[in-house]
Structures are given as C-alpha cells and as structure tokens.
Design a protein around this ligand. Structure first.
Ligand SMILES: Cc1cc2nc3c(=O)[nH]c(=O)nc-3n(C[C@H](O)[C@H](O)[C@H](O)COP(=O)(O)OP(=O)(O)OC[C@H]3O[C@@H](n4cnc5c(N)ncnc54)[C@H](O)[C@@H]3O)c2cc1C
Length: 385
C-alpha cells in the first residue's frame, strides 16, 4: 500500500523542488514531491537557457551560486551523466560610462567574495570575444569559471538522483489544500488523497502565491513572462555568455551564448514587465531581441532562428528569493521567488533547504537565510539580477 505519511512534502518538481528532494532524501528524510504537470521541470525549469554563475552582487546568491557551480562542474565525473556543462564564462559588456561604473563597483563586492572575475578594457575584451561590435565598446567583466549546461539534462539527472535516494514523485497531482492543526502543518490534500506531514516546502515557482493562499499567507511572488529563442547550430565562434544591460525601448537587458552543440540561445528582459501566467510565445519578441543582438554582434545576422518559447520568472519585489520558515504556520517552509535565477541557484538551495529541515545549518547558512528572509524589508533591486 502507498505511504500516506512523510517527513517532508515538497510542492513543485522544478528547478528548486527536485534538487531539494534529492538533498533531503540523501539526508535520511522520507520525501514526497507533488507536481501538477506530467513530469519534472515542466514549469519554468524547461524554459531556462541554462546559465549558471556565481558572479552576483548579493552575498546570499554568490554562496548558493558557488555551490551550484561546484555541483554542475563536477557532475559528469561524480555521477557519469553528461549535462553538457561548458565553462564559457559570463561577460557583462559596457558601451556607456554608466554601465562601466556599475560593473566596476560590483567588482569590488565580487572580489571580496573571492570570485574569479576581472574587468577587461576594450582591446582585451575583443581578444576574448572577437565578434563583439568594437565601435563604442569601453570594456566589460569576464568571469571564466561561470558557464552553462542543459536544463533538461541537469533537471533529469537531478530527478534520477532524487528517486535513487528514495524521494517519491507524484505527477498529475497538485496540492489543493494544506491541513493546519494547532498552528502547525498536519497534512497536504490533493485530488487523489491526503498525506500527513509536519513539513511542507513551497517550491511552486511562479505559482507560489497560489500555494500560499492554501494557508492564508500572502507571498509577494508574481509571474513575469520572459521569452527565449534558439538558432540553428553552427561551428563554435562564441565562448562566454554575453550580457548587455543597456536599456532600449521595450526591453532592459538581454543575454545570449553558444551551446556546446552549436546553437545560440538568447533571452531578453521586457520593460515594462509582462505580468501574468501567459506562456504563449509572441511575435513581438524576435524582432526586438534580434535587432539588439545583431547591433551588438553583427555576425549573428547570418543565423537562422529555429524556435522561440515563453516561460515565467517567479518575481519578488527586490529580485531576490524568499527562503525560510513561515512565522504564521509552523512547518511551512518557503523556497520561492527565484526570479530569473532558479536554475542556477536550485542545486545550492536544495542542499541548504535540507540542512534547514534537519536543523543543521551552519553560521554561513544562517547569514544566507537572513539575507533571503521572506520577512525582510524590500529595498530596491539587486544590480545584476
Ligand atoms: C526564457 C527564460 C530563460 C531563463 N534562463 C535562466 C538561466 O539561464 N539561468 C537560471 O538560473 N534561470 C533562468 N530562468 C529562470 C528559471 O527558469 C526560474 O527561475 C526557475 O525555473 C524557477 O524555479 P522554481 O523551482 O522556483 O519553479 P519551477 O521550476 O517552475 O517549478 C515550480 C513547480 O511547481 C509546480 N506547482 C505549481 N502549483 C503547484 C501545486 N499547487 N502543488 C504542487 N506543485 C505545484 C509547477 O507545476 C512547477 O513544476 C529562465 C527563465 C525563462 C522564462
């Protein structure tokens, strides 16, 4: 007979829920993951283009990103699966003094955390990224240890590790109720039954606020639509992920890189934001992003685009995740609001969540948890979100 009681129930088999299930099952907890879709990663994970970096400007994200990088870079030798990890680095380019100033100021924080990142002036950067437009280029940062891998391959590999460690996944089964007794989580209801537990983890991404409503808690997480695209494969010509943070009508930053398999993948941040759950791709995205990319790197005009798609960022007011126990209901743990970085923070965050549930956090974990506290006062947005 199927189990009906678990140490932990995780809501959402996505970028956060799957690695969290793995880490928790590895630590000896019995874990059930509930997921409305038919398989893992069908929420926003499959929409990600796969960038993983530690070079953030927020210390909590730096620490989680460093651990995720460690997991991704050593995955093949540790577990055998090829997740198409490529250490191409990230390059934030500057074509205006304002961008140069911001990037150089961030370098101070990033260096303080021992990150492998440097400023390169115009000629040095062109040596490393020859196809960049030289006209107007002032320079940029390059962090060679950052990189990218396939969200589908890593997502699936994490799912395999999680099931191997004993975590159970129920697909086609959303949480529809959370039973709270005497101020404490007692069980989770789904259309198929009731499962007892003392710990529920909300890892429902863009749907996190809907889950919060099940216990009457208001989460400031809003779905924000972002589109991505992929070209035909071509011979290698570009190593790092290139990020241009200069604003233009209709969009903020955009970023792109060449996969190990030759295709160029790309995304843009719409400005103003496109709030809502609509995941249908639009005809506005490609002309907007293609024009900007070709101006930055003229050789891209020769590439044919194969496909575009649209996914959801689970956005918070300040662009940083919300992680920690709820004060309103004992046993309800939030791991939500991963914004545009859930794929890269997920593996590091999954391990942290396991230590939180086991009551086994380190002093460094406690600092991260304080910075990501769901009860913090939101002040502005992170510079490189
Ligand atoms: C175009 C695009 C490009 C991106 N590129 C990158 C990138 O390069 N690097 C990066 O780090 N991030 C990237 N992201 C962002 C990344 O995809 C998200 O931050 C990340 O997937 C969020 O992870 P999550 O686990 O919070 O949510 P998800 O992965 O969406 O998982 C949440 C899960 O919860 C489930 N759920 C919903 N309701 C319930 C319920 N009631 N009960 C149980 N489960 C429920 C959902 O079905 C879903 O599967 C990109 C996003 C987009 C759209």
């Amino acid at each position: 007979m199927a189990r009906r009681a678990y140490d932990v129930i995780i809501l959402g088999a996505g970028s956060v829920g799957v690695p969290a299930a793995w880490a928790m099952a590895e630590s000896g907890l019995s874990v059930l993951v509930l997921e409305p879709f038919a398989s893992p990663g069908q929420g926003s994970n499959k929409a990600a283009i796969g960038g993983i970096r530690a070079t953030h400007s927020d210390p909590a994200k730096i620490r989680l990103g460093l651990r995720s990088l460690e997991i991704a870079t050593t995955w093949k030798e540790t577990y055998g699966n090829d997740i198409e990890w490529t250490a191409g680095g990230y390059s934030f380019v500057a074509y205006s003094p304002r961008e140069e100033k911001t990037l150089k100021e961030l370098l101070v924080v990033q260096k303080r955390y021992g990150l492998d990142i440097d400023w390169h002036d115009r000629d040095e950067l062109l040596e490393r990224i020859p196809p960049l437009r030289a006209d107007g280029l002032l320079g940029g940062t390059l962090s060679p240890g950052d990189g990218h891998c396939s969200p589908l391959l890593l997502g699936h590999a994490l799912y395999e590790r999680a099931t191997h460690a004993g975590a159970e996944f129920h697909f086609h089964e959303p949480a529809t109720g959370i039973d709270v007794r005497d101020g404490r989580v007692h069980a989770v209801a789904t259309p198929k039954g009731l499962y007892e537990t003392r710990v529920v983890v909300n890892a429902a991404g863009a749907w996190a606020a809907e889950v919060g409503k099940l216990i009457g808690v208001d989460h400031p997480v809003r779905p924000d639509s972002h589109e991505g695209g992929i070209t035909e494969p071509v011979a290698p010509f570009l190593r790092p992920m290139v990020v241009d943070t200069s604003p233009a009508p209709g969009s903020a930053n955009y970023y792109f890189f060449q996969l190990a398999t030759g295709q160029v993948v790309f995304c843009i941040t719409p400005s103003p934001s496109l709030w809502g759950f609509d995941r249908r791709e639009t005809s506005a995205f490609l002309p907007m992003v293609a024009g900007r990319m070709v101006r930055l790197m003229p050789t891209l005009a020769n590439l044919r685009v194969r496909r575009t798609w649209r996914g959801l960022y689970p956005m918070t007011p300040d662009g940083s995740p919300l992680v920690g126990w709820a004060r309103e209901v004992d046993g309800y743990l939030m791991a939500i609001g991963l914004c545009g970085q859930g794929f890269m923070l997920g593996p590091g965050l999954g391990e942290l969540l396991a230590r939180v549930v086991q009551g086994d956090t380190t002093a460094e974990d406690d600092e991260v948890l304080e910075l990501l506290s769901p009860y913090r006062v939101f002040k502005g947005e992170e510079a490189l979100k």
